[in-house]
Structure formats: structure tokens, C-alpha cells
Design a protein around this ligand. Structure first.
Ligand SMILES: Nc1ncnc2c1ncn2[C@@H]1O[C@H](COP(=O)(O)OP(=O)(O)O)[C@@H](O)[C@H]1O
Ligand SMILES: O=P(O)(O)O[C@H]1O[C@H](CO)[C@@H](O[C@H]2O[C@H](CO)[C@@H](O)[C@H](O)[C@H]2O)[C@H](O)[C@H]1O
Length: 471
């Protein structure tokens, strides 16, 4: 199949298109070399639909991406925004935006669908797949492409794929099996095989990995970031009122979010392996955090004046003698990863930190790591308007900054109270470890913002300054 002439011509269009896709995480400048590593014909009539996995070699390395393509004889206006170009066979489109193609994908979840070489579709028991519903791509700059089939199901198609089980599928399955209602139920998933090679740039042999995840659609969902920042906006609009006096107070939501987080952690600890970090593991953690700090300082020199103060938060871990419990956690937890529905908070996206190796993303950690990340997110929600609307030269800067701090403290406290009310553990019971994780997260955020959103860099830099002073 990989040798198909029409497909080869379509693949030649990929390098130029890929470098403009939000979800492409490789180096965008320089040459992109694209080599198909698996190709399956999903639909052999008009349009021809290819399920394609391609290894993309770029200036920073090589990764495998999932890029289904559809080829139409005639140009289609409705697909103009995802037009890759023209070949002798026809017009080539990103098939995930093409309703005819995505219907073909969903159809393969059916029991009686023909088996496909190298692609396996799994449906969980008693699940009704919404065959016949048209798909709509979820808007927004996401790392993957999620297709809503009516309001019944969401198929998250992983764009960058790795050998092995994706932690998003793994944790959704574990939580769904345990009857946890704080996540969207897992309905099914797709996995597949591709060819590696022996040049060391990609895995040798025939890797197998998760390709997509079908989960229940959470209707009525608003994401936590939108809700929290609306609350912050309400507060800043009210000249002299405190956070507990304005209409959009978020503290009750923060409390319930803390409870939901605790319950998910508790279930993960019940159904998946747990362990402890020994004093020597804590040394290793401090070493890893220190290494990340050093790399961050070399990339973002603004960190240098705070490095010693930040390192002190890691060094305390080296003096600890008590073991610390560890378990599977969310791994990349922030307000954009939680949805508020009429039935309460739901957690989404258990993929972990996307740029970390998959083994690291599946490693056990203290649940305090998730908590620290969410506390950083409260700080972001409070500060992002200060950065955009009330810069230091604005006469209102100091006053808004004070109110931002008040909002963060109120909601962080409420979140921790909610967590403690539902768990055996009060996150404030180990302030040293919490501060170490907060510091590690803020350092990560400095690098993230310097690369992706330089105008937001002052947000984590302010945290770094505060943390360096409190060590
Ligand atoms: N089950 C769901 N129902 C409704 N919306 C969802 C659901 N899961 C995720 N979303 C929305 O889709 C967005 C992207 O989902 P996510 O799993 O985070 O994918 P990505 O890794 O591509 O960012 C989320 O931020 C959320 O707004
Ligand atoms: O969405 P991902 O899990 O891939 O996380 C990455 O992008 C996040 C931004 O979308 C980034 O989060 C940072 O900004 C958020 C506001 O946009 C804020 O709520 C988070 O606290 C802050 O870390 C995340 O760091 C990055 O890994």
C-alpha cells in the first residue's frame, strides 16, 4: 500500500503543510523529510481515504505523525481550509476535517467491519457507537485533533504517536473500569502498527501504539480556564470589592475541583500500581529538577538571578528521611484540563507532558505534583489580565496586582480545603515537596512561555521571583 502512486504524490505535499500545523511539535524551519511508515486504504471509492502514519525527520529529530488524507477528484470549497494541494489523482485534504472520510473511520468500530491490515478498532462492552452521526472538528489550537460525533462521542486522534499504550487511553480505561464518573467514559480506542528502522532515529522493528481514543461527549461543559478567568475579570471590574464580595467568586468551584481531584487520585491509587519514593529517590528527584533548572537557565537567561533561591527548594528534598507515597497522576494538570458540567467537574487529557518521553509520562509521582500544577494555574488565571491590561506603567498596576494575589490565595486555599475534605491527605501537610513541585512547574513554564507566548513570560517569572525569595 505504501508504494501506491497516488499516495506517494500526496505524501510529497506533506512537508510544506505539516510545518504550519499547530500540533506539529518538531522544528518548523529547515527541511522536513516525510517517509510513510504505515498506510491503509479506508475508503476505495470517491474520495479515496488513506489512513497514514508518517515519520517526519526535522532539524531536532524524527517523530511519527498520524496524517489521514482524502483525495477528491474535484476541488471541494468546504474543505478549502485543509487543502494540501493537487496531484495527478486529484485534490488532497486533511481527512480528519472531511466528514465523508471520518464517517469511514467511525464505521470501522462496527463488529462486522472488515479487518484492516495493521489497524485495530476496540469497543468497550455495552457501548453504542454513534454510527451515522456527522463529525465536527473541535475548534482551538490543540495538540491532537478531536472529532465530535453529534453530542454522543468524541474521537481524539493522536497526532504525534509513540510506541506503546498512550497514558490517556490507559488512565481513561482504568477510571472507566472503576466506575469513576469524574472523567468522560471511555467508549473505545484504535491502535495500530507501523514499521521502524534500524538507523537509531526511530524504533526498530514494528512498533505498535495507541492512535485514537473514543470517549463520551460531555455536553454542557465549560472549561475551567474560561470560568476562572471570567471570575477574575469580574473582580477587576469592581473597583474596591474583595474576591468574596463580587458576583463571580470562584472559591466554591475551586473547592469542588479540589474534591474531584482528590477522588480521581484516590481511584487511580486503588486500581493502578502505587509505591514510595525513598530518600535516595528524593535525591534523584532533586537532581532531575536541578538539571531542568540548569537547562532552563541556559535557554532563558532572565532566570539566572533566581537560580540559587530556586535550587534551595530542591535541595531540601535531599535532606528528607521519610519515604513519600507515589502513584499514577494526571501529569499535566491545569485549568484547561478540567471541564465544569451540570454534573460537576470532569478531568480530561491524561496524556501527560507531551514533550516528555512516554516512559516518563507513565511514571509514578506524588499527587502533590498535580496539585502544585493546579495552584500555578490559579496564579496564571489571576495574572494574565494584569500582564495584558495593567502593565507596570499603568497607574492601577500595583492595586490590580494586590487583587490578583488575593484571588490566587483565596482559590488556592479553597482548592486545598476541597482536596483535604475528600482525601486522606491535606496538600499543605508537606509544604516542602509542594514548593519543590511548584518551582519545577514554574521553571518549565518560563521555558514554555519564552518559546510559545513571550508576552506571557512575566507570569511564570513573577512566580519564580516569589519562590526564590521564599526558599
Ligand atoms: N469528553 C469531552 N466532551 C466535551 N469536550 C471535551 C471532552 N474532552 C475534551 N474536551 C474538550 O476538548 C479539548 C481538547 O481535548 P484534550 O483531550 O485536552 O485534547 P488535546 O490533547 O488535543 O488538547 C479540551 O480542552 C476540552 O475543551
Ligand atoms: O495543554 P497542555 O497540557 O499541552 O499544556 C501546555 O500548554 C498549556 C497552555 O495551554 C500550558 O499551561 C500554562 O498556561 C495555562 C494558561 O493558558 C495555565 O493555566 C497553566 O497553569 C500554565 O502552565 C502548559 O504549561 C503546557 O505544558
Amino acid at each position: 500500500m505504501i508504494g501506491d502512486q497516488g499516495l506517494s504524490e500526496a505524501v510529497a505535499l506533506l512537508p510544506e503543510w505539516l510545518r504550519h500545523q499547530h500540533w506539529f511539535t518538531g522544528a518548523r524551519t529547515g527541511t522536513l523529510d516525510v517517509r510513510p511508515v504505515a498506510a491503509t486504504l479506508l475508503h476505495d471509492a470517491e474520495p479515496r481515504v488513506w489512513h497514514l502514519l508518517a515519520e517526519v525527520t526535522h532539524d531536532d529529530g524524527a517523530d511519527v505523525y498520524q496524517v489521514p488524507l482524502s483525495i477528491h477528484a474535484e476541488r471541494s470549497d468546504r474543505l478549502d481550509h485543509v487543502h494540501l494541494g493537487r496531484t495527478a489523482e486529484g485534490h488532497v485534504y486533511d481527512a480528519l476535517h472531511d466528514k465523508e472520510a471520518t464517517a469511514a473511520l467511525l464505521a470501522h468500530f462496527a463488529d462486522d467491519a472488515p479487518a484492516l491490515d495493521g489497524l485495530r478498532f476496540h469497543v468497550r462492552p455495552d457501548v453504542k457507537v454513534p454510527f451515522g452521526d456527522q463529525s465536527l472538528v473541535l475548534p482551538g489550537d490543540h495538540h491532537n485533533t478531536s472529532l465530535a460525533y453529534g453530542d454522543a462521542a468524541l474521537l481524539k486522534v493522536f497526532r504525534r504517536v509513540f510506541p506503546g499504550l498512550n497514558p490517556d487511553v490507559e488512565l481513561h480505561e482504568a477510571l472507566s473500569d472503576a466506575g469513576c464518573t469524574l472523567v468522560a467514559p471511555l467508549l473505545g480506542w484504535i491502535d495500530g502498527d507501523w514499521t521502524g528502522d534500524d538507523d537509531g532515529a526511530s524504533p526498530a522493528g514494528s512498533p505498535t501504539g495507541s492512535l485514537a481514543m473514543l470517549r463520551g461527549y460531555l455536553t454542557t461543559a465549560s472549561d475551567g480556564w474560561a470560568l476562572a478567568t471570567a471570575s477574575v475579570r469580574d473582580l477587576y471590574a469592581e473597583g474596591d470589592l474583595h474576591a468574596d464580595e463580587v458576583g463571580g467568586d470562584f472559591a466554591a468551584e475551586a473547592y469542588r475541583l479540589g474534591m474531584a481531584t482528590a477522588r480521581v487520585h484516590e481511584t487511580l491509587a486503588e486500581v493502578l500500581p502505587t509505591g514510595t519514593m525513598s530518600p535516595s529517590d528524593l535525591q534523584g528527584l532533586a537532581d532531575a529538577m536541578t538539571g531542568r533548572l540548569e537547562r532552563a537557565v541556559s535557554l532563558v537567561p532572565e532566570l539566572e538571578p533566581f537560580a540559587a533561591g530556586l535550587r534551595a527548594h530542591y535541595d531540601v528534598l535531599r535532606t528528607r528521611t521519610e519515604p513519600v507515597p507515589v502513584q499514577r497522576i494526571h501529569g499535566s494538570y491545569h485549568l484547561g484540563q478540567v471541564l465544569r458540567t451540570v454534573l460537576g467537574w470532569k478531568l480530561v487529557d491524561f496524556e501527560g507532558e507531551l514533550m516528555a518521553p512516554v516512559a516518563e509520562r507513565r511514571a509514578m509521582h506524588s499527587p502533590l505534583r498535580d496539585i502544585a500544577q493546579m495552584l500555578r494555574s490559579f496564579d496564571y488565571a489571576a495574572l494574565h489580565l494584569v500582564v495584558s491590561d495593567h502593565p507596570p506603567e499603568d497607574p492601577a498596576h500595583e492595586q490590580v496586582l494586590y487583587r490578583a494575589q488575593e484571588w490566587t490565595e483565596r482559590n488556592s486555599e479553597a482548592f486545598c480545603n476541597g482536596y483535604a475534605s475528600a482525601a486522606q491527605l491535606d496538600p499543605r501537610g508537606d509544604l516542602e515537596l509542594l514548593a519543590a513541585y511548584e518551582t519545577d512547574t514554574a521553571v518549565y513554564e518560563v521555558v514554555f512561555e519564552a518559546r510559545r507566548r513571550p508576552s506571557w513570560l512575566p507570569i511564570p517569572l513573577a512566580a519564580v521571583e516569589r519562590l526564590a525569595q521564599t526558599s
